[in-house]
Design a protein around this ligand. Structure first.
Ligand SMILES: [Fe+2]
Ligand SMILES: [Fe+2]
Length: 197
């Protein structure tokens, strides 16, 4: 009975936020202008970067390849700097730094944890950690690219410089992960699979 009641409530709230033609109805708190959307997106990535400073050490602990452990730990240091850089961006645009939960990053981190649970320690888990990390980097690359474009449109030139700096670091992290994968890990993971056959 309870489940049915829940379903009805869910269906009701869904129909509330969607009009007949499928257009999503905006909340009363919805962003009206690009600037508001920009600030909202900054809060979102601020939450995401902070969440990563907690998730990355766990990934490093679960990795075995020295190459990968170094790449993750280096990126942790970079990520901590990126958190501070975002605080600078907030201050530059005259906003208080505040975090708003990023559903996408929460999902990507959860997926990474799932991969670790589903793999044995060693080359295969390392390959899984790289795959999960690269999804995270690509999300960050997309986000910072968008934020830099928004800041450009809004004439926030100093913010653009900071956002582009972080964007370059995210691309660099992605390249290092690709190298780690090609150099050692993915091939070793493949060997382990063959050993089991
Ligand atoms: Fe980052
Ligand atoms: Fe990153």
């Amino acid at each position: 009975m309870k489940t049915a009641a829940k379903k009805t409530t869910a269906a009701k709230s869904e129909s509330k936020s969607k009009s007949a033609n499928g257009t999503v109805k905006a909340k009363s708190s919805a962003a009206e202008g690009l600037r508001e959307l920009f600030v909202d997106s900054l809060k979102d990535i601020y939450w995401a970067e902070k969440a990563l400073t907690k998730a990355l050490p766990k990934m490093a602990k679960n990795a075995t390849s020295e190459n990968l452990i170094t790449a993750i730990n280096d990126h942790l240091t970079v990520t901590e700097e990126q958190v501070k850089r975002l605080e600078q961006v907030f201050s530059l645009i005259g906003e208080k730094a505040s975090a708003k939960k990023c559903d996408a990053m929460e999902g990507l981190i959860k997926e990474g944890e799932g991969i670790m649970e589903e793999t044995e320690v060693g080359a295969v888990r390392d390959a899984g950690i790289i795959a999960a990390s690269q999804k995270i980097e690509h999300y960050e690359i997309a986000t910072y690219g968008t934020l830099a474009a928004f800041a450009t449109t809004l004439g926030e030139d100093d913010a653009v410089l900071l956002l582009e700096k972080t964007l370059a670091e995210e691309k660099e992290a992605d390249t290092l992960l690709t190298e780690a994968a090609y150099n050692t890990i993915n091939f070793n993971a493949n060997d382990e699979d063959q050993d089991q056959e």
